[in-house]
Design a protein around this ligand. Structure first.
Ligand SMILES: *[C@@H]1O[C@H](CO)[C@@H](O)[C@H](O)[C@H]1NC(C)=O
Ligand SMILES: *[C@@H]1O[C@H](CO)[C@@H](O)[C@H](O)[C@H]1NC(C)=O
Ligand SMILES: *[C@@H]1O[C@H](CO)[C@@H](O)[C@H](O)[C@H]1NC(C)=O
Length: 294
């Protein structure tokens, strides 16, 4: 993007050409401008397009949850665009175990390219989160591929991106640990962030991939263990607790949801998903049409 306008010599070269096209300019000035200058933005504009941060969201799930993946793709794509943030989402699971999975998930990869398959056997607290974090530095090697932040979330969590991304903006990009802190006792400096959604800066992900501390204790309740690894090493100094704004599904009434929600968790079935999506007015923008009715 940058540098697209910097080559002034190029403009000098096209001036004679532009003179030859004067008749075209007179007959159709807007087209002329469009043809020759449409890619030429001042630098301020292209800088404004640069993301403030790059975030990888890993949604831990299992291969057979096709239906949930479809719902999540829609629930998140309908919240785009995300201004000034690059957000890449990947569904994360362990080795495939059937020919059906290989065919159907192969199609998902071709259609959406949003799948990461780790080298492991499906499990929840048997080290899958360790495998997730520790596999990423190899998968995204090189300055241009690495992210600022990596999130771990689940397929029963619904993120509200406006609130979520605003709470990340301007935060440090090193030694950073963000989430809903537990236990409640220490809200300033919580020992760990709960499993529905937490974030580590890239340097901490690299540390998990290389340190003996997580390698020696990969298996346990994943959220508690992530906090424990960091605490043992004195890491995750920049801790941000968004506490009550990430909460469990609490009921079907408006009072059961917070206005500044970052995430609703424990959405275990279609009913809970539908109540939550409806509360947030996700389909409010549908226009009347002769093609459908509700
Ligand atoms: C996962 O699949 C890969 C490739 O087929 C295989 O090499 C590896 O041993 C499998 N891992 C586990 C834990 O089953
Ligand atoms: C959920 O319900 C409990 C008990 O009724 C209440 O104490 C809590 O504040 C509720 N949380 C939200 C987010 O509504
Ligand atoms: C829901 O969204 C639609 C379209 O964006 C808007 O017109 C409507 O006012 C919203 N309803 C509520 C209750 O926020």
């Amino acid at each position: 993007m940058k540098g697209g306008c910097e080559n002034k010599a190029f403009l000098l070269l096209i001036i004679p050409l532009a003179i030859m096209c004067t008749y075209f300019l007179i007959s159709s000035p807007n087209n002329f401008q469009f043809l020759f200058f449409s890619n030429c933005h001042p630098n301020e504009v292209s800088d404004a397009d640069l993301p403030d941060f790059r975030l990888l969201i890993g949604i831990l799930t299992v291969p057979n949850n096709y239906k949930r993946r479809n719902l999540l793709r829609m629930a998140y794509d309908l919240q785009r665009p995300f201004p000034r943030a690059q957000v890449d989402m990947r569904f994360v699971f362990c080795n495939l175990t059937s020919d059906e999975q290989r065919e159907f998930i192969g199609m998902e990869i071709l259609a959406y390219n949003d799948i990461i398959i780790l080298n492991c056997k499906e499990n929840m607290n048997d080290g899958k989160t360790y495998t997730y974090f520790s596999s990423l530095p190899q998968m995204f090697e090189g300055e241009d591929k690495r992210y600022d932040y990596v999130m771990k979330t689940d397929d029963d969590t619904y993120l509200r991106f406006n609130n979520f991304l605003e709470s990340l903006r301007g935060k440090p990009k090193e030694d950073m640990y963000w989430g809903s802190g537990m236990p409640m006792l220490d809200q300033e400096n919580p020992p760990f962030m709960t499993g529905p959604g937490y974030i580590l800066s890239w340097d901490l992900v690299e540390w998990i991939a290389t340190s003996d501390i997580p390698r020696n204790e990969p298996v346990g309740p994943e959220d508690i263990y992530t906090g424990m690894w960091l605490n043992k090493a004195g890491k995750g100094i920049n801790r941000y607790n968004v506490g009550p704004r990430i909460y469990n599904f609490n009921g079907t009434e408006a009072k059961d949801f917070l206005p500044d929600t970052i995430a609703v968790h424990m959405l275990k079935n279609d009913f809970m998903w539908a109540v939550t999506l409806k509360h947030f007015n996700v389909t409010g923008a549908i226009k009347p049409s002769i093609l459908y009715h509700f």
